[in-house]
Write a protein that binds this ligand. Structure first.
Ligand code: HEC
Ligand SMILES: [Cu+2]
Length: 303
C-alpha cells in the first residue's frame, strides 16, 4: 500500500467524523430549542399500587377538572380500553394544570397533539405532570400505545377556553348536570367495544342490539350484574363464541346504569320495561367477580 491511499482514506474518515459531529450538534440544538421554547414536561410517578387501590383514591373518585386556586387546577384522567375518562375536558387558558393519570387495565398512551405532552399511562402507577395552556383551542388527545382491538378509537379532547367562556359554560353545565343521558353514557363507555349501534364485532365483542333486550326478558338481574361486576369467560351469543373480558361498571351511579341499560335494550328486540335505579341498587354489594357473573349467566341464560 502506498502513502497516497492512506491519505485518501484519512481524508474521507475526517469528513465522516465531521458529518456525525455536526449531526449530534443539530440534535442537541433541537432539544435545547424545544426545552427553551416549550419547557420540559416529563411525567413523574406519584404513586404505585394495584389499579384498584389507585382508582379508589379521592382524586380518581370523580375524574376530571378541579379548580384548586387562582390560576391553578387539577385534572385527573383514567385511561381504560378504549377511552379516557373523562373523554372531554374544558380548561381555562393560562391556568397551571397538574395532570394525574392512571390506567384501569393495560398500558395506554396519552399524547396531547400540538403540545409536547406525551405520557405512558401504566396500570398500577399514577403519573403526574404540570402544564399551562397559553392558547385557547381544541386539543386532540390520543392513545399512542397499542392497547387492543379498539385502540384506534381511543381519543379525547381538551378544550382550552378564555376565563369568561369557562365561567359561562360551567353555568350551562350546572343546568344540565342532573339529566342522565343513556345514549351519551353508551357512546362514552361502551361504543368503543360494542360499536356505536351495538352491532358488536363477531368473536371479540358480542352484539347488544336486539340481544340485550332478549337477555332482559330472561333475567333483568343478570343484565344489571353483567354491568356492575363485569363478565369473563366463554359465552355463546347467536351461535358465535366469545371468550373475552367485559370490564365492571360499578363506578357508574344507579341512575346511570339504569339509563345505559334502557339505551341498550332500545337498540332492538322485544320491548322491555324501563330500568329503575332501585332495581340496580338491589344488585349492589354482592361483591361478585366477573367469573361469578358467568356462573350466574349459565344458570339463568344458558351456555
Ligand atoms: C373493553 C371492551 C368493552 C367495553 C368498553 C364494554 N364491554 Fe360489554 N362486553 C365486552 C366483552 C368482551 C363481553 C363478553 C365477555 C365474555 O366473553 O365473557 C361483553 C359482554 C357484555 C354483556 C353481556 C352479553 C351477554 O350475552 O351476556 C353486556 C350486557 C354488555 N357487555 C354491555 C356493555 C355495556 C352497557 C357497556 C358500557 C357501559 C359495555 N358493555 C362496555 C367488552 C366490553
Ligand atoms: Cu389505549
Amino acid at each position: 500500500m502506498d502513502e497516497r491511499h492512506h491519505d485518501q482514506i484519512a481524508k474521507w474518515e475526517r469528513r465522516w467524523i465531521a458529518a456525525s459531529g455536526l449531526m449530534s450538534l443539530v440534535f442537541v440544538i433541537l432539544i435545547a430549542y424545544n426545552l427553551a421554547t416549550e419547557g420540559g414536561h416529563i411525567a413523574q410517578v406519584a404513586a404505585r399500587g394495584t389499579p384498584e387501590t389507585l382508582l379508589s383514591r379521592e382524586i380518581f373518585a370523580e375524574p376530571g377538572l378541579r379548580i384548586t386556586g387562582p390560576g391553578q387546577a387539577q385534572v385527573s384522567i383514567v385511561a381504560q380500553a378504549f377511552n379516557f375518562v373523562p373523554e372531554r375536558i374544558r380548561i381555562p387558558v393560562d391556568t397551571e394544570v397538574t395532570f394525574y393519570l392512571t390506567s384501569r387495565d393495560v398500558i395506554h398512551g396519552w399524547q396531547v397533539v400540538n403540545t409536547n405532552l406525551n405520557v405512558e399511562v401504566i396500570p398500577g402507577e399514577i403519573s403526574v405532570l404540570r402544564y399551562t395552556f397559553t392558547r385557547p383551542g381544541t386539543y386532540l388527545t390520543v392513545c399512542n400505545q397499542y392497547c387492543g382491538i379498539g385502540h384506534q378509537n381511543m381519543l379525547g379532547e381538551i378544550e382550552v377556553v378564555s376565563a369568561s367562556d369557562f365561567a359561562r359554560v360551567d353555568d350551562d353545565d350546572a343546568m344540565v348536570a342532573d339529566v342522565v343521558d343513556g345514549a351519551q353514557l353508551y357512546a362514552a363507555n361502551c361504543a368503543s367495544c360494542h360499536g356505536p349501534a351495538g352491532a358488536g364485532i363477531a368473536g371479540a365483542f358480542p352484539p347488544l342490539a336486539g340481544h340485550a333486550a332478549e337477555l332482559a326478558e330472561q333475567s333483568r338481574p343478570y343484565l344489571i350484574d353483567s354491568l356492575l361486576y363485569g363478565l369473563q369467560g366463554q359465552i355463546v351469543v347467536r351461535g358465535t363464541t366469545y371468550n373475552g373480558v367485559m370490564p365492571a361498571w360499578g363506578q357508574l351511579s344507579d341512575d346511570e346504569i339504569a339509563a345505559v341499560l334502557d339505551h341498550i335494550v332500545e337498540l332492538g328486540g322485544p320491548s322491555v320495561e324501563p330500568f329503575e335505579a332501585d332495581e340496580v341498587a338491589a344488585e349492589r354489594g354482592k361483591g361478585w367477580s366477573p367469573s361469578d357473573v358467568l356462573e350466574f349467566r349459565r344458570q339463568v341464560i344458558g351456555q
